[in-house]
Design a protein around this ligand. Structure first.
Ligand code: PHE
Ligand code: ZN
Length: 851
């Protein structure tokens, strides 16, 4: 969608040879076939003459062979380029001295020692609708080079293990393009004849071509600065069209918070004197970490309380952090090849998750991330698209539109879980030691996942057994646990068995290395101190330096395995997989009573929530069967009581409370079924929500009343938590379609002073078809039709709706005057700087719907 194949100009100008034809056909690329490049690039000088009809790109590269004296051909990537001239050591190449195909430019016998290569190309950014390479968006020039967009700008060895120093000169019309940006430091600028001007940028750090960026246009900046811990002053600029500048305050706050956090937690300081962020309306993904010139989808930069929700604010914080953190994990140390994508993405997602946790509530953030994993990543990992965190092969890596992409949740989110496991195994300090060693060894290099693994291992002298299987085996491991207490011996035993289900191309799997964090609760709900553990024929003390320990990490590595805790005076209730210590499916023999007990008492807050979710999942799956067998649906009163006791527990964090009273998503339940039955799951989920609303009317009403805004909008955990709880309660009440509560929701809608509460109220009303719904949606549209990002929410809300006949409604929306299929924001993906889906966005974007 929105992509147009531009026929390669080069293809028409030169006859193709059979050899090249073969080379040019898209083919499967294998990890095992990686070869070092025969030539490296030292420095790259680029000159851009930007213009409306054609843009000239001059490049001058200092090339040196990897092995002095070798005589291999130099093969450059290039797509949709018109070659104007090519010179080696200042001398123009003649026919026969190079070959040009539609996707490659080959110099069969270049000099065998260092030489300069000069290439002039002509490109047409104004016709480039691929959102890759150099393109125009709202009248401005902008680039996107990851993964293979640089080859649409000039001929180059467009692969991440080619790291070079860039100097970039840009010339353009001064009135149309007053701002000219690229990576690094601005070292020169001035006027030119004919109303033009120029700038020169120099990036002192070596970088792969995918981190190159250029922006030219009419933009203004919010300016601020940050003093690094070693006392250097960094200028910070966020660029947007003038009218959007007021909406960049939160983005600037987020950037400064991220810079500080990376210093505090990882000792990582920013390395240049300038950091730029540009917001553009047309962008394929969430954002891009180009060296010192991050480019963002505007919805991840612009926010005001009136137009953005808490979820938008949180997403901006997380993604600004994510792109900033890439400066070290991705840019300073980059990927050897695209198979290693998770090296930078898994690690950087992990870092942004930790950052958001530290800025808000750790438990709530973990709950949100795990829900996302279960609803979206698990299905991917058990479906036809399953692939390992580091795939063995790919054909086209960035087909964002079909979902067949390396840019998948498996690389990003599962990759982050893999990084998290290192930390779980090594502890915070050990993990930090590993990170320090990783940078010490690999700064300025393009490396692999094994290099990261080795740094973690070597810095800690750790035994990681077969941990690397997490990178190569696809599928979510299923771990079964049974427990037994021996009163006489005072021992408590946990028996594990694990199995990794077959996935496409991987019918048989080996057992994985699974860290399982465990604690034991006594009958009053308190953690028991753990004294020693018997495993593999050895007795191991669990006290560390005389200190009592209440959580220990079991290292499950075999197909079947037993761990026995000794000196356990009374039969405990076990809290398994605390903090969700590994991305697995856990099946335990905990009874409903145990689960209710954990829900009420576990010191691990994540597991309190989890116990409620396990109960809800069981309940929902049972009701699905009843539904399928046409039995009447009845809600277990125990469950209602469990939810009630959460609502009445005034010690609980309000955002945690909102999460704990929300049911597992439909995707999550479907993922657990042998044969997915969307109608049944939907009916059951709706039924439970309404039953809960009916039974807990008063409690929900109280939550709405108690949590109304009394203050100005502020993005902080306390206020956000209050709004989330109110919206969740309101959605429950409005689901009843009772005039009293519909009226309540309408009042909340009218009284709302921020987008968070306003759209939550519309969403609550929109659960039920009818005039009130239509009026509210019309009113909302009329209010916000001038604001593209808010209108996007309005579309999303309706696209997500489950009212009867919604398909027709959505069909009509496709013809709506405000709908533009070419803008990826409106029909697909990616609020989070990384892959995702519209649904994903919706669930995050509109609080309280559907809880
Ligand atoms: N590297 C970007 C990120 O994770 C995502 C991205 C990939 C953006 C490919 C554009 C193209 O932050
Ligand atoms: Zn990233």
């Amino acid at each position: 969608v929105g992509r147009r194949l531009i026929c390669s100009v080069a293809a028409e100008t030169l006859p193709k040879q059979a050899e090249e034809l073969k080379m040019d056909a898209p083919k499967e690329i294998f990890l095992k076939d990686y070869k070092k490049p025969d030539y490296y690039f030292d420095t790259v000088a680029l000159k851009f003459l930007l213009d409306e009809e054609k843009t000239f790109v001059f490049s001058k590269i200092v090339v040196f062979p990897r092995v002095e004296g070798s005589s291999s051909p130099l093969v450059l990537n290039g797509q949709d380029l018109k070659l104007i001239a090519i010179k080696v050591n200042g001398k123009e190449l003649m026919e026969g001295e190079f070959h040009l195909g539609p996707r490659y430019l080959t110099i069969p016998s270049p000099p065998s020692c260092t030489f300069t290569l000069e290439i002039t190309t002509e490109i047409y950014p104004q016709n480039n609708t691929s959102l890759e390479g150099l393109y125009k968006t709202s009248g401005n020039f902008c680039t996107q080079c990851e993964a293979e967009g640089f080859r649409k700008i000039t001929f180059y060895q467009d692969r991440p293990d080619i790291m070079a120093k860039y100097t970039v000169r840009i010339e353009a019309d001064k009135s149309r393009y007053p701002v000219l940006l690229s990576n690094g430091n601005l070292i020169d600028q001035g006027g030119l004849e004919g109303g033009k001007h120029f700038v020169v940028w120099e990036d002192p750090f070596k970088k792969p071509s995918y981190l190159f960026a250029l922006v030219a246009g009419k933009l203004e900046s919010r300016n601020d600065s940050f003093i690094t811990r070693s006392g250097r002053k960094v200028s910070l600029r966020i660029w947007t069209p003038a009218q959007d500048l007021p909406k960049t305050e939160h983005a600037m706050y987020s950037l400064k918070a991220a810079m500080k956090w990376d210093e505090d937690v990882f000792g990582l300081e920013y390395d240049l004197d300038l950091f730029n962020i540009v917001a553009v309306p047309d962008f394929n993904m969430g954002a891009m970490e180009n060296k010192s010139l991050n480019i963002f989808n505007s919805k991840l930069v612009l926010a005001s309380p009136e137009t953005a929700t808490d979820a938008d604010y949180a997403a901006i914080l997380g993604v600004i952090g994510h792109e900033y953190f890439h400066n070290w994990t991705g840019n300073r140390v980059t990927c050897r090849d695209w198979f290693q994508l998770s090296l930078k993405e898994g690690l950087t997602v992990f870092r942004d998750q930790e950052f958001s946790s530290d800025m808000g509530s750790r438990t709530v953030k973990r709950i949100a991330d795990v829900s996302k994993l279960r609803n979206y990543q698990f299905p991917q990992d058990s479906g036809p698209m399953a692939h390992p965190v580091r795939p063995h092969s790919y054909i086209k890596m960035d087909n964002f539109y079909t979902g067949k992409s390396l840019y998948s949740l498996l690389v990003y989110e599962k990759g982050a879980e893999v990084v998290r496991m290192y930390k779980t195994l090594l502890g915070s300090q050990g993990f930090r030691k590993g990170m320090d060693l990783y940078f010490k060894r690999h700064d300025g290099q393009a490396v692999t996942c094994e290099d990261f693994f080795a740094a973690m291992r070597d810095a800690n002298d750790a035994d990681f057994a077969n941990f690397l299987l997490w990178y190569s085996q696809a599928g979510t491991p299923i771990v079964k646990v049974t427990s037994s207490y021996d009163a006489k011996a005072q021992t408590f035993s946990l028996k594990f068995s694990q199995e990794v289900p077959p996935t496409p191309g991987q019918p048989v799997k080996e057992p994985m290395f699974i860290p399982v964090a465990v604690g034991l609760l006594d009958s009053s709900g308190k953690d028991m101190p753990l004294s020693s553990l018997y495993h593999d024929g050895k007795l191991q003390s669990l006290t560390s330096n005389g200190q009592q320990v209440c959580t220990t990490v079991l290292r499950v590595t075999k197909k079947e395995e037993e761990f026995v805790f000794s000196d356990v005076p009374k039969s405990p209730v076990v809290s398994l997989l605390r903090g969700y210590s590994a991305p697995i499916r856990l099946e335990s023999d905990l009874s409903d009573n145990d689960l209710f007990f954990l829900l009420a008492h576990d010191s691990d807050e994540f597991n309190r929530w989890e116990a409620g979710q396990v109960l809800a999942r069981k309940l929902m799956l049972n009701l699905v069967v009843d539904f399928q067998q046409n039995k009447p649906l009845v809600l277990n009163p125990e469950f209602v009581n469990g939810i009630r006791s959460i609502l009445l527990d005034s010690n609980l964090d309000k955002e945690f409370m909102a999460k704990a009273i929300s049911l597992p998503g439909e995707g999550e339940i479907m993922d657990l079924m042998e044969v997915a039955d969307p109608d049944a799951v939907h009916a059951v989920r709706t039924f439970i929500r309404k039953e809960l609303a009916l039974e807990l009317k008063n409690e929900f009403l109280l939550k709405v009343k108690e949590n109304r805004s009394s203050e100005q909008y502020e993005f902080n955990h306390h206020n956000m938590a209050r709004r989330t709880l109110k919206s969740t309660a309101l959605a429950y009440l409005a689901s009843l379609n009772d005039p009293e509560f519909t009226e309540l929701a309408l009042q909340e809608y009218k009284a709302a002073t921020n987008m968070t509460e306003q759209i939550a109220a519309v969403a609550a009303i929109a659960q039920n078809p009818g005039k009130t719904r239509n009026d509210a949606l019309t009113d909302f549209y009329n209010k916000w039709q001038h604001d593209f990002l808010v209108v996007t929410k309005w579309f999303t809300l309706q696209a997500m709706s489950d009212i009867p006949g919604n398909v027709e409604n959505v069909r009509q929306l496709l013809n709506h005057q405000a709908f533009d299929i070419r803008n990826p924001n409106k029909h697909s993906i990616l609020p989070t700087g990384r892959p995702g889906s519209l649904i994903d966005y919706m669930v995050n974007a509109i609080p309280g719907s559907p809880p």
